[in-house]
Design a binder for this molecule. Structure first.
Ligand code: PNS
Length: 183
């Protein structure tokens, strides 16, 4: 709530930023967004453009996929950012950065990142949500590895992402037939 005049408050809504690489987005990420929408009025999915991290999909490709997936969810905004997350957050009304936690092994990395962000901006809190049990083994990294080696990732990522992965890895026709990847 933002204070306008003495005793008057204007509800600007609760906004969470959900930053990440989303290379590619998985049902684990989508589940976090859907649950966050029960707590926040708006969720901004902020796709990081990280020159140091080699990504499979370009930022434009990731934006296109995520925008398509959330095209019917008006309180989800899809954007990308370069540089520090805290600088991006400063341009929004968000006070919370949202991250999914799959296992204790995620914790150390997340703890360092959250602590660093809080030291850069004391107004930014990181909120962790436990990934649903159906997806706690799902990560963008393993999805890419499985898809690259010809394994099926249906049910773990949206169909659109399955198609984009197939296009990226351009599996030979014989291999596609063998694993039932014919369109
Ligand atoms: O999905 P990921 O790759 O685990 O997401 C990591 C991400 C993009 C949230 C993180 O690397 C990030 O915030 N990058 C922006 C640069 C930054 O602000 N770094 C300082 C935090 S340690």
């Amino acid at each position: 709530m933002a204070k306008e005049k003495k005793g008057e408050y204007r509800d600007v809504g609760k906004i969470a930023i959900y930053p990440g690489s989303f290379d590619p987005i998985t049902y684990g990420h989508i589940d976090i967004v859907e649950r966050a929408l029960e707590i926040f009025d708006k969720v901004i999915i902020a796709i990081a453009e990280n020159a140091e991290k080699r990504s499979l999909f370009s930022v434009e490709e990731r934006l296109q996929m995520v925008k398509t997936i959330f095209k019917d969810t008006p309180n989800v905004i899809v954007d990308s950012f370069k540089g520090l997350l805290v600088d991006y957050v400063a341009k929004t009304n968000a006070k919370v950065s949202l991250r999914g936690l799959r296992a204790t092994s995620d914790f150390e990395y997340e703890f360092h990142m959250a602590s660093m962000n809080r030291s850069l901006n004391t107004h930014l809190d990181t909120l962790f949500m436990m990934t649903s049990k159906d997806y706690f083994f799902v990560s963008s990294r393993t999805i890419k590895e499985v898809a690259r080696l010809g394994g099926g990732v249906e049910g773990l990522v949206p169909d659109l992402v399955v198609r984009r992965l197939k296009e990226k890895f351009k599996l030979p026709v014989a291999k596609k037939k063998q694993i039932g990847w014919d369109d």
